[in-house]
Design a protein around this ligand. Structure first.
Ligand code: PLP
Length: 430
């Protein structure tokens, strides 16, 4: 595979942008290669500047559930674009997307739009603290909630593979108010919440973890979390930046039938443009300014192009049978991966999947939390990644990320991806 032009661009980018990237995992350090530069994407495919074509399983880290450049999303953006790109004032498009979100997510009565997932989670904990008058935030090891100071404690995603324990620049005074406890451990959860109940403003969780690789909540865990937080007057926040509109139109809360007090959204909700949102009970949401005293604002919040892309995406997702078809495709693909793991690397891989998000961990497993995820052989994942890339398959450039199935990938393309996986696993088996 010729990657000369990507290499030249990467050399130049590194002189201008730290590490040559605007988000660290893109640098591909943990899989031992240089990043490729993308020229364009369409449907299930990504094309780099050297003319190589890849079947895309990253889907821009989740947002592109319809595939790239879906015609109805492009049309909505184009139509809106002609009327201007930002008003700094209300537009009817904000109401349109708000109605779609409130209708789709069972626990959301009011919603506020922001421009990224990080902004959504950061604002949601401020709101929870304002609402309860308490300080502590409880999160779970390996869950990632964006890069705000309060969350950079045992966080997932790039914070794992870069080996940053938290991050320099985050004051101890801030992190002191964040407690991080193991995912899927109901006893530690109960003990922590009961011990500190009067100080805890909120518990924030990825209802299906996607940033230590995919880790499902064990049966009863979310229900227990809901019961305890209700009993103790603690705000429960579901960070559905990945799972919202991914597991179902109503996200993980609909999928598992457990309703949080606040929900954070991002990724898919922008249809490929920068959007985040947080929403929930009317009583809590009305604490936000200008109704209430909790301040939160954004110059580009509710941006018309982004609202139009989000609404067009949600309308596609709302079509009957969308999620059933995605589940069907994803389950067959996962079965294929599982079979190949069993055949060529017996006892050396674990496949975790919920709906159209999955991870092949290079470890015997089971993978149920941060500690067990960390057993994975990242060097082996790196080798697998490089072998797949060389065969035209674009996987996440780190072990602790999700592989996403999109509506744009055809059965034939998924079958082809399984064949290439077979080649790669054979080589790994030596
Ligand atoms: C991606 C992600 C975020 C952060 O969203 P950004 O748009 O990257 O700021 C927050 N929470 C979860 C669960 C995510 O996966």
């Amino acid at each position: 595979m010729n990657t000369d032009q990507s290499h030249t661009l990467f050399v130049k980018a590194q002189q201008l942008i730290p590490g040559g990237v605007n988000s660290p995992v893109r640098a591909c350090k943990s899989v031992g290669c240089e990043p490729l530069f993308v020229k364009r994407a369409a449907g299930s495919k990504i094309h780099d500047v050297d003319g190589n074509e890849f079947l895309d399983f990253v889907c821009s880290w989740g947002p592109m559930i319809l595939g790239h450049n879906h015609p109805s999303v492009v049309e909505a953006i184009e139509k809106t674009l002609r009327d201007g790109t930002s008003f700094g004032a209300n537009s009817p498009l904000e109401i349109e997307l708000a109605e779609l979100v409130i209708k789709a997510l069972p626990s959301v009565e009011k919603v506020r739009f922001v421009s990224s997932g990080t902004e959504a989670t950061m604002s949601a904990i401020r709101l929870a603290r304002g609402y309860t008058g308490r300080k502590l935030v409880v999160k779970f090891d390996g869950c990632y909630h964006g890069h705000a100071d309060s969350f950079l404690v045992k966080a997932g995603s790039g914070v794992i593979t870069l080996g940053i324990p938290g991050s320099p620049g985050v004051p101890e005074d801030i992190v002191r108010n964040t407690m991080s406890i193991p995912y899927n451990d109901p006893e530690i959860l109960e003990k922590t919440l009961r011990d500190k109940k009067l100080d805890i403003a909120c518990v924030i969780i990825e209802p299906v973890a996607g940033n230590m690789g995919v880790v499902a909540p064990q049966p009863g865990f979310l229900q227990k979390l809901r019961a305890l937080t209700t009993e103790l007057g603690i705000v429960l926040i579901f960070d559905e930046v990945i799972t919202g509109l991914r597991l179902s139109l109503g996200g993980a809360q609909e999928y598992y039938g457990v309703l949080p007090d606040l929900t954070c959204l991002g990724k898919i909700i922008g249809g490929g443009l920068p959007v985040g949102a947080y929403g929930g009970k009317r009583e809590i949401m009305d604490m936000i300014s200008p109704v209430g005293p909790v301040y939160q604002a954004g110059t580009l919040s509710g941006n018309p192009l982004a609202m139009a892309a989000g609404a067009a995406t949600m309308r596609q997702l709302a079509q009957p049978g969308f999620y059933a078809a995605l589940e069907d495709k994803a389950s067959r693909f996962a079965q294929g991966l599982n079979d190949l793991g069993g055949k060529y690397l017996p006892g050396q891989t674990t496949l975790n999947r919920v709906g159209s998000m999955m991870t092949v961990f290079f470890t015997a497993g089971p993978v149920v939390d941060y500690e067990t995820a960390m057993q994975a052989d990242t060097a082996r994942y790196g080798q697998h990644f490089r072998q797949m890339l060389a065969q035209g398959i674009w996987l996440a450039p780190a072990q602790f990320e999700a592989l996403f199935i999109s509506a744009a990938q055809s059965e034939a393309e998924l079958a082809m991806a399984l064949e290439k996986t077979e080649c790669s696993f054979k080589k790994l088996a030596g």
